[in-house]
Design a protein around this ligand. Structure first.
Ligand SMILES: Nc1ncnc2c1ncn2[C@@H]1O[C@H](COP(=O)(O)OP(=O)(O)OP(=O)(O)O)[C@@H](O)[C@H]1O
Length: 422
């Protein structure tokens, strides 16, 4: 309107008026174009950011609407878990599961896993369950441990879980490692089937040895010096086995050793060994209780089997004190400064000089100064010959798990204890 009025009001001889009119053209047209450009840029940017966000929230490359999982086995029946939806297209997972024929030989028919007896704890992948496995003959039904992959799971979690099963397969059988019995991975939900080491972990066993219990379910809750060496030797055999495969365990501790009634010890908690297998090292994001770690681990330097040897020294201390927390006078966060002053634990009153000598060799600051698992085992075999197999180790104080957890620097939930003060 303003422009038209101006054109009407302008005479051709009025130069100033014509220039003014041109100035309007010069200002309005570019302003209009710039505005359009900015709006377009804004729209493009908004679309780009929206796409980025969608990708961040996508658990796998083929994410779609939730599909309820098929569930042949139900741990809700045992009072745990919830009926959760799976964020992956069932077909995408099934395509993926179908593409892992390496596990075909390990498949256990789901109908054989009839009954979940209890949920033991929540492990790193999901619920750890005790179930009965039918072997065709009713009299031959046996108890097994199922490690389930928690749901909902992303594709990379599924891959990792299957990789973990293949890792067990790669390791093969060893008397002192928890044995893989098979798996259910042809469809969701996924299970790793392990042998059941019914008496549970060594830490709870040690704590129970403090009580007046003599035997429970065929297990004698008494420990002698000789038996400490006997358990230690088996752990070292497992470490030698891992070392032969250029691996190490990364979390050797009484809580990661399972015990049978004949005192056969089996190393479990192979999560870090799997990391070493897949990545060649332990990622620093894993939270391992600091008081078990060798200085090179605390300093986040490359570590190997001799860091396990350091932890093995702590394990000997745990056994001989019937499950006392290491360095009781040192706050967990100050352990590195403590070790940097070249301080190690004093000899516990229940520990012979021979055993303390072995512990001290494990706690040499430099890895190269520490014995290998094999050298240690040979020392233990010599020590066993003269070890006391009569005197039962005794500690009168009972353990309060919450207090233990605070002093040891462990989350109390990760102790999975079935120990009671009564
Ligand atoms: N084969 C088994 N027999 C009996 N109990 C078991 C068995 N495997 C695991 N458990 C119980 O579950 C607990 C946790 O086991 P474990 O450390 O192997 O699992 P996780 O937390 O998934 O760790 P990781 O990923 O390192 O293997 C053990 O301390 C033990 O109480």
């Amino acid at each position: 309107m303003g422009m038209t009025r101006m054109l009407l009001e302008c005479s051709l001889s009025d130069k100033l008026c014509v220039i003014q009119e041109k100035q309007y053209e010069v200002i309005i047209v570019p302003t209009f174009l710039v505005t359009i450009f900015l709006i377009l840029l804004g729209v493009i940017l908004w679309l780009f950011i929206r796409e980025q966000r969608t990708q961040q929230h996508r658990p796998g490359p083929r994410d779609t609407a939730p599909v309820p999982p098929s569930r042949d086995l139900s741990w809700e029946a045992a009072g745990h878990g919830g009926n959760v939806a799976l964020p992956l297209k069932e077909t995408s997972v099934e395509n993926f599961l179908g593409a892992t024929p390496a596990l075909a030989k390990l498949q256990v028919p789901r109908e054989q896993l009839s009954e979940v007896v209890e949920q033991i704890c929540n492990g790193s992948y999901g619920p750890i369950l005790r179930a009965n496995m039918n072997t065709g003959d009713a009299s031959k039904s046996k108890s097994v441990i199922l490690k389930a992959l928690k749901e909902p799971a992303g594709l990379h979690e599924v891959q990792d879980f299957l990789g973990r099963i293949q890792f067990h397969q790669y390791l093969g059988k060893h008397k002192n490692l928890v044995q893989l019995e098979g798996c259910c991975t042809e469809k969701l939900p996924l299970y790793m089937v392990l042998e059941d080491v019914v008496h549970g972990d060594l830490l709870n066993f040690l704590w129970t040895c403090r009580r007046d219990v003599m035997t429970m379910d065929g297990l004698l809750y008494d420990l002698t010096e000789k038996q400490v060496y006997h358990i230690g030797k088996q752990v070292l055999l497992a470490l030698e086995f891992l070392q032969d495969k250029h691996l190490f365990h990364g979390d050797v501790a009484a809580r990661n050793i399972l015990i049978q009634s004949d005192l056969t010890a089996k190393l479990c908690g192979l999560g870090l060994a799997y990391e070493v297998y897949t990545r060649g090292a332990i990622s620093s994001t894993q939270t391992i209780p600091l008081k078990w770690l060798a200085p090179e681990r605390l300093l986040l330097r490359p570590a190997g089997i001799r860091a396990d040897v350091w932890s093995f020294g702590i394990l000997l201390y745990e056994m001989v004190t019937l499950g006392a927390p290491p360095y009781p006078e040192v706050p967990p966060a100050s352990i590195l400064q403590h070790l940097q002053k070249r301080k190690i634990m004093k000899r516990p009153s229940s520990c012979t000089r021979t055993m303390y000598g072995i512990m001290k060799s494990c706690w040499r600051w430099h890895e190269a100064g520490r014995p290998s698992p094999r050298e240690l085992r040979l020392r233990l075999e010599v020590a066993i010959k003269t070890a006391d197999d009569k005197a039962v180790l005794q500690v009168p104080e009972l353990v309060v798990p919450e207090l233990y957890a605070a002093v040891a620097g462990i989350r109390v939930e990760s102790l999975f204890y079935n120990y009671s003060m009564l």
